[in-house]
Design a protein. Structure first.
Length: 294
């Protein structure tokens, strides 16, 4: 379709030029302005952003007849860049994936094709329908996930442009753009996206793109942050095992072994008392200790 649209644009361009020359004998400045405006109308309203492709094996086909009808927003719960997250998803031992990851600077990594089912939502239900992975697109957003690290304007811009493309491409209703924490079973199992992330800001930006009124923020890329190797939490009621903590604070229950390495003081990692201080890694150092890169 894109090639056909391009050919049509070139055909129109040639025709208008020929008409201008035949009528005037030369091309006037106003002619070029009108031609430029006409060609601009042929461009997609919400084109797909440029992506870095880092394919993940952690995917499988969607059920037959499944239609993409929801977009689920996550945070990465770590200090890594979008590329580092993409490399993590590319490891089969991660056992999770998402279709896209948006960096703090706004660039996008794609790990799973839209047509395939990525492993991002887990036990979930949306609008009364279970197995949300079957019909959704998952978007990871690079952020430590502590509700303190801000989400830069450059990152919001990247998210808004990506979501607008998906909304337009798959006719996803704006009310079907939601957070991971809002679809999990049982409720309260997840905390992403963090409290300081604004879904409303994303929805406003997407609407503006579709209406042709969006103005990208004129800001510099965010300054690098010197992240600590760990964030420390104090366990709450029900947080009785490392697998529960890994699922909640690292968005991945399979990373419990990393928590075991990071917290050697625990006598019984499957029987943790309320109020226990736990170190949560912000990077993938312990993951690669367990599963060395090849």
């Amino acid at each position: 379709m894109k090639k056909q649209a391009k050919k049509l644009s070139l055909f129109l361009f040639s025709g208008i030029l020929a008409f201008s020359v035949s009528c005037n004998g030369n091309i006037q400045k106003n002619d070029l302005t009108n031609i430029s405006a006409l060609l601009k109308k042929q461009e997609p309203v919400a084109p797909k952003p440029k992506v870095i492709e880092i394919p993940s094996p952690n995917q499988n086909p969607r059920p037959e007849g499944a239609k993409i009808s929801a977009i689920i927003l996550h945070h990465t719960a770590g200090s890594g860049t979008a590329e580092q997250v993409g490399r993590f998803f590319a490891n089969p031992n991660a056992k999770v994936s998402s279709h896209y990851t948006v960096d703090r600077t706004g660039y996008v990594v794609q790990s799973v094709p839209d047509s395939e089912r990525s492993w991002h939502a887990g036990r979930s239900e949306f609008n009364g329908v279970g197995n949300v992975n079957d019909f959704s697109i998952g978007i990871e957003i690079c952020n430590i996930g502590d509700s303190l690290e801000p989400y830069p304007e450059t990152q919001y811009d990247g998210i808004i442009k990506l979501v607008a493309f998906l909304v337009k491409a798959y006719d996803v209703p704006l009310e079907s753009i939601t957070r991971h924490r809002d679809i999990t079973l049982p409720a309260g199992r997840k905390i992403d996206t963090s409290n300081n992330f604004s879904v409303e800001k994303v929805l406003i930006g997407v609407k503006q793109i579709l209406e042709g009124t969006y103005n990208p923020p004129q800001t510099q890329p965010p300054q690098p942050i010197d992240y600590p190797a760990f964030k420390e939490i104090q366990t709450k009621k029900g947080e009785v095992s490392l697998s529960i903590l890994a699922e909640k604070y690292l968005d991945n229950e399979h990373r419990s072994e990393e928590l075991k390495i990071a917290n050697p003081q625990l006598k019984n990692p499957d029987k943790i008392s309320e109020g226990t201080k736990i170190k949560i890694p912000t990077g993938y150092e312990f993951f690669y200790q367990l599963y060395p890169r090849k």
